[in-house]
Design a protein around this ligand. Structure first.
Ligand SMILES: Cc1ncc(C[n+]2csc(CCOP(=O)(O)OP(=O)(O)O)c2C)c(N)n1
Length: 408
């Protein structure tokens, strides 16, 4: 190996990892974000294309499915949020403002790709065919809930849809997605994994560990960061310094792109290309979608209390002027693929289906009490069996205190 490339002035030397040029100027890299990484966009705020129409490979069928799924997600959020406010379910989280991220990213994947969600991506599951009844069963924790009522509402999971159960311990899903993608690589599968997380999810150690491992082991995983500016009450300025998330990809040797998260076509096209790269080149890809959390963090907070300096106006602006559904809707309407009649028909159908799903889910029996203790150990340890006996006895002794639809 040639050690010095320009002997004898020694302007360049091969260190482990590659050649490095020397300089006699003492410069520290800049910490300023004056020049922020650019953001990929296809549709402007008025729903007009900013690229050549012919380069868009999207059919009417796909576009209408994307639009109707986004609209369904919005209705779902409104009605389930209300159900929580009425005390019918204990908790809920909306995806308001992030509908394009949810649906357009899902549309660009194959159903064989495994999804490792955070919690604000139920639209991916909706896209894959999880029914409104299945959503309602989980939220009400009845006997048809695949989690057997053992998880908080919105912790959806579905084996048949390759959607790993939501784990709200922030960022733990990142290394899981990397590990699963590594196994796909070893089995030479024609698929990848995708993991979603918020800007807050980029702070725990799981993020650098996952990114570095995936880069070094060259695994087909898509890291999808929903940078919505808030992590509960922590604004992005308290979360990180530097230009967001996308710039970190380069540091790990991962191809990365920043995309307008309120532009469904841009999200679709970025994820479509990322998936292709991930599988064909066996590489991780990082996508940072810029957006705004236009709802509260969850039903447990009132975000106007901590978003004081940007106030209600800013939230309203993002909800209306930057609304991803409106923007995409304008585009499909201009193409003649959607109309006001189709809109009201869709809204009515979904509202009726949801009302029915909620009614059914609410009336269903709860899972048996025994399910609280099953499926963890092959043979239940003595202390767990004792706790189960104790609970069963308490319920029998104070039967009048418990709803009569709890099967023991
Ligand atoms: C390991 C861990 N730490 C803290 C929390 C509490 N927590 C729940 S959600 C959340 C904010 C996450 O924000 P972000 O990743 O930006 O997602 P967003 O809610 O904005 O979609 C925090 C800190 C948690 N669930 N897990």
């Amino acid at each position: 190996m040639q050690l010095y490339t320009e002997a004898p002035s020694r302007q360049e030397l091969h260190f482990p990892g590659g050649n490095v040029k020397f300089t006699s100027t003492r410069i520290f890299t800049s910490s300023s974000n004056e020049e922020r990484a650019q953001c990929y966009r296809v549709l402007d705020e008025n729903g007009e294309l900013v690229i050549d129409n012919d380069s868009l490979k999207i059919t009417k069928e796909l576009a209408v499915k994307m639009y109707t799924n986004m609209a369904t997600l919005q209705v779902m959020d409104t009605i389930f949020y209300e159900a929580q406010r009425q005390g019918r379910i204990s908790f809920y989280m909306t995806t308001i403002g992030e509908e394009a991220i949810n649906i357009a990213s899902a549309a660009a994947l194959s159903n064989n790709d495994f999804v490792f969600p955070q919690y604000r991506e139920p639209g991916v599951l909706l896209w894959r065919g999880f029914t409104l009844q299945e959503f309602a069963n989980q939220l009400f924790g009845n006997k048809h809930d695949y989690g057997k009522g053992r998880q908080m509402p919105i912790h959806y999971g579905s084996k048949k849809h390759n959607y790993i159960t939501v784990s709200s311990t922030v960022a733990t899903q990142i290394p899981h997605a990397v590990g699963a993608a590594y196994s796909m690589k070893m089995e030479k599968q024609d698929s990848c994994t995708i993991t979603y997380f918020g800007d807050g999810g980029s702070s725990p150690g799981d993020f650098p560990a996952g990114l570095n491992f995936s880069a070094v082991m060259e695994v087909p995983v898509i890291f999808f960061c929903r940078n919505n500016g808030w992590a509960i009450s922590a604004p992005i300025s308290d979360q990180l310094r530097g230009d967001g998330i996308v710039v970190r990809g380069k540091a790990y040797g991962i191809p990365s792109i920043r995309v307008d998260g309120n532009d469904a076509l841009a999200v679709y096209s970025a994820v479509y290309e990322a998936r292709k790269m991930a599988i064909e080149k066996q590489t991780p890809v990082l996508i940072e979608a810029l957006t705004y959390r236009a709802g509260n963090h969850s039903t447990s907070d009132d975000s106007t209390r901590y978003r004081s300096d940007c106030s209600v106006d800013e939230i309203e602006r993002w909800r209306h002027d930057q609304n991803p559904i409106k923007r995409f809707g304008k585009w499909i309407e201009n193409k003649g693929w959607w109309s006001n009649d189709a809109e009201s028909q869709h809204q009515n159908t979904i509202k009726k289906e949801l009302a029915q799903a909620i009614q059914n889910a609410e009336q269903e029996e709860k899972p048996p009490v025994a399910d609280m203790f099953n499926n963890v150990y092959d043979v239940s340890p003595i202390n767990l069996s004792e706790q189960e006996d104790s609970l069963q006895n308490t319920i029998k002794k104070h039967a009048q205190e418990y709803p009569n639809n709890i099967p023991l």
